[in-house]
Design a protein around this ligand. Structure first.
Ligand code: MRU
Length: 373
């Protein structure tokens, strides 16, 4: 998407690869919205750490980062024997896969790149194929988000108030975003609407990232406290909910997404408000049979006990002075599950690159949706 920083507008992708330096280039998302900076990881371990530490985050973006990380690991190999190369690639894959557990996109990305790479007969061929596959994975992510926008735009009418949770915008993907794609497409078609961004504690991706994206795109929006949505729904102030997903089960239609999504789905159900989930194909898990089997990431308690930000009114002069402040009682601990699972019956539709489907249709249309059998 286009980003205006210090008065200059340029197009950026969230994740790219610098083949000359064998480096993965990432927007440093922890600094946003106060500072826009690109960072580069120099080896696959740094790339895995950037995923764990949430320099880059969001299912599609960490999927593409893992794909590039695999290509990066392949290119760094200096041995001569194919068997040693394959062993090395096993180490790289495991490090990238373990970086964060809930989103399935990194696992799907690693599977895709690894399969593609095996077509090469020599190490050099496999190294070249790894990069080609990673580039294709990233490009597919963009194409899928474009298609989500085309299918989802019809849900957004002028005058609507739309609620979204966390950040399933372009920062969570390579470009465009999943939940935001219908918004951007509707805006391009001239429709005017308003978006409520759930703050999304504890890491505040809604208040920081989604709000920044929408501001950059000139879309009318307000940040609301996570607890405000029920009240707004009761007063008729929310017409539609669109969220993303980190793992959607192809067999059951259950959706893992940022903690608090389930609460919003229950509230939307209670108030008869349509609740949509937008996903590229890389977010579908065809293996798991139940949402209870989805690994839910538990993050550090400091995320709940405090918050990061810059001193109020600091502006550009203090950019980068990001500080953590303790909010909770100093002697208390916290529990911090990062995701929850929304059952299929609370979901009105899943906006996919092939159209808007009922959750139960995922399995019925699995071949079209990339199920490999
Ligand atoms: O912990 P994060 O920020 O990586 O969480 C991912 C998310 O942003 C959300 O769960 C999002 O809605 C889905 S990712 C496309």
């Amino acid at each position: 998407m286009n980003v205006t920083v210090h008065g200059r507008t340029r197009h950026f992708r969230t994740v790219t690869f610098d083949a000359g330096r064998n480096a993965v280039r990432l927007i440093e998302q922890r600094l946003l919205p106060h500072e826009f900076r690109i960072v580069a990881t120099r080896d696959f371990r740094q790339t895995a750490r950037a995923i764990t530490d949430m320099v880059v985050r969001g299912a599609g973006a960490i999927g593409a980062t893992a794909a590039y990380g695999l290509a990066q690991g392949a290119h760094a190999f200096r041995g001569r024997r194919l068997a040693d190369f394959q062993r090395h690639m096993g180490v790289v894959s495991r490090a990238l896969k373990a970086a964060r557990p809930t989103a399935v996109d990194p696992a799907n990305a690693i599977h895709y790149v690894s399969q593609f790479m095996r077509r090469g007969r020599t190490i050099a061929e496999r190294q070249a194929l790894a990069l080609a596959a990673a580039e294709e994975f990233a490009s597919a992510d963009v194409r899928h988000c474009e298609a989500i926008g085309r299918h989802g735009a019809r849900l957004i009418r002028s005058g609507m108030n739309v609620l979204t949770h966390c950040n399933a915008g372009w920062l969570a993907f390579v470009d465009i975003g999943s939940a935001t794609a219908p918004l951007y497409a509707a805006q391009a078609q001239g429709r005017k609407f308003h978006v409520y961004c759930d703050e999304t504690r504890p890491r505040s991706q809604g208040a920081t990232l989604t709000a920044w994206e929408l501001a950059q795109q000139g879309i009318s929006h307000q940040v609301i406290a996570d607890n405000a949505a029920g009240h707004l729904m009761q007063r008729g102030k929310i017409d539609l909910v669109i969220v993303g997903s980190d793992r959607t089960l192809g067999r059951t239609g259950e959706v893992a997404n940022k903690i608090g999504t389930y609460t919003k789905a229950v509230l939307a159900g209670r108030h008869g408000i349509p609740f949509y989930v937008a996903i590229p194909l890389s977010t579908i898990d065809w293996e798991l049979k139940s949402g209870r089997d989805i690994p839910i990431e538990e993050r550090h308690e400091e995320e709940v006990l405090g918050a990061w930000g810059v001193p109020a009114g600091a502006g550009r002069a203090r950019a980068g002075r990001r500080a953590y402040v303790r909010v909770a009682n100093p002697t208390s601990g916290a529990l911090n599950p990062g995701f929850d699972v929304t059952p299929a019956e609370l979901i009105t539709g899943i906006i996919t690159p092939v159209g808007i489907l009922k959750p139960s249709e995922l399995w019925a249309r699995r071949r079209e949706l990339g199920w490999a059998g």
